[in-house]
Design a protein around this ligand. Structure first.
Ligand SMILES: Cc1ncc(COP(=O)(O)O)c(C=O)c1O
Length: 427
């Protein structure tokens, strides 16, 4: 969720957006910046965002009746697209049985079994209501377990908005290091060996745009944290169930001490979960001294949506292969059209999530991501929304595909990309 470059004025689209415009004024009066989460505001791309009224499959619809192919997909949560039938049916069934119990339910036990089967490093887990809550709680637990204070995170990774995790350059108990720099990490970790409670990382980074780990980077994190007795936390809130049934930890064969999951595992509802080694998790209240609680934790409607989503992801043969094929196709289109329009572009991709950086140099950490040309991206964004494609309104985010983005949808996105690049050349 990194942001940069905030233009002061909003652009006007030629699309009819009169109702959105009027409502946007109300939104700004009532909600800080008109939004309930900053990146939605369109500040970075200098445009007033459409106000959304409904969504279905691969599409979202605004209040003026404009339809957009959605490449944001609730910031990666909706791997099955909007309103997948099986999830909707599970939610409807659950609504008849109650919306919140405030007690352990059969559904929670079933879901915990299902999650542990998919991500075996999560021997025990605690369900919460947002990704921020999961990472914040995992950090507090790691501090309670190790009785140490310092946390290492990597610049450009986002782990929610808890105070202790929002510092970019590092301050006090938080040390910020460049992503993918194993030598630097090892040097700093060894120097602070007896003080480090936890190292938290997005094992494939998606919040500075997509950045893949270099070979050996994650393995080094595992080795060094074991050496210094620090808790290794994989924040798989974006990557969990995105690239395979399980997580990046399964793909790389690395077992973190704690894992945070959110987004996809919530089936489109406010839900997240953190978990890991039993001896660490058992430090949580009521059996341990680390207090963490939640009125709506393990909410049965969210848990029903989660179970239904995981059921599809586990059983639908070829789903991840299909997502990979469509992701690759979208990458090829972006590279081809940028080349023929004369733009330098680097597309970083992991399966069905990708980021086009307007730059000619490889992007492997936050500094190299920031070399991406924000003004060009903003023009691309504006052209794409005119063509009916909703991409993230920031150059440092990921485009997400879902099961609903089939070949014909990819074809339509391809045509829009070609037209948008052409328009950018002419403007
Ligand atoms: C990797 C990662 N961790 C944590 C969070 C925070 O999750 P939430 O927005 O549900 O609080 C996000 C949100 O985008 C994220 O991408």
């Amino acid at each position: 969720m990194s942001s940069c470059c905030v233009p002061s004025t909003y652009g006007i689209l030629s699309k009819s957006m009169s109702k959105s415009s009027k409502l946007w004024d109300d939104a700004k009066e009532l909600l800080p910046g008109g939004v309930n989460s900053p990146v939605r505001s369109g500040n970075v791309v200098g445009i007033q965002p459409p106000i959304i009224v409904r969504a279905n499959g691969a599409h979202i619809y605004d209040v003026d009746g404009n339809r957009y192919i959605d490449l944001v997909n609730s910031w990666g949560a909706l791997i099955l697209g909007h309103r997948p039938l099986t999830v909707m049916n599970a939610v409807r069934r659950q609504l008849r049985k109650g919306t919140s119990y405030g007690a352990t339910s059969t559904l929670e036990i079933e879901l915990a079994k299902r999650i542990r089967e998919a991500v075996p490093s999560m021997e025990k887990m605690r369900m919460v209501s947002s990704g921020t809550e999961a990472t914040m709680s995992a950090i507090r637990l790691a501090r309670g377990f190790t009785k140490r204070k310092k946390i290492i995170k990597f610049d450009g990774c986002y782990h929610g908005h808890a105070d202790s995790l929002l510092v970019e350059a590092g301050s006090g108990d938080l040390i910020g290091l460049p992503y993918n720099d194993a030598a630097k990490f090892e040097e700093v970790a060894m120097k602070n060996a007896s003080d480090i409670a936890a190292v938290i990382v997005e094992p494939i980074a998606a919040n500075m745009g997509i950045v893949l780990p270099r070979p050996g980077f994650l393995e080094n994190l595992r080795e060094v944290t074991q050496k210094v007795g620090a808790v290794l936390i994989f924040d798989e809130i974006i990557t969990g169930f995105r690239l395979r049934y399980g997580g990046v930890q399964d793909q790389f064969g690395i077992k973190p001490d704690l894992t945070c999951l959110g987004k996809i595992v919530g089936g489109g509802f406010p839900f997240a979960v953190y978990g890991g080694r039993g001896d660490i998790m058992d430090r949580l209240a009521p059996i341990g001294p680390v207090y963490q609680a939640g009125t709506l934790s393990g909410n049965p409607v969210a848990v029903a949506a989660s179970l239904a989503t995981l059921e599809v992801l586990r059983n639908r043969d070829g789903l991840y292969e299909e997502l990979e094929t469509h992701g690759r196709a979208l990458q090829n289109i972006l590279e081809k059209e940028a080349k023929s329009a004369g733009f330098s572009i680097v597309v970083n991709r992991a399966g069905s999530m990708l980021t086009p950086f307007f730059t000619n140099a490889p992007v492997f950490d936050y500094s190299s991501a920031k070399r991406s040309n924000v003004e060009k991206f903003a023009r691309f964004y504006r052209a794409m929304i005119e063509e009916g494609i909703s991409i993230p309104p920031s150059p440092f985010e990921a485009f997400f595909l879902s099961r609903a983005h089939d070949r014909s949808v990819i074809g339509r996105i391809g045509k829009a990309i070609a037209k948008s690049m052409e328009k950018m050349v002419q403007s």
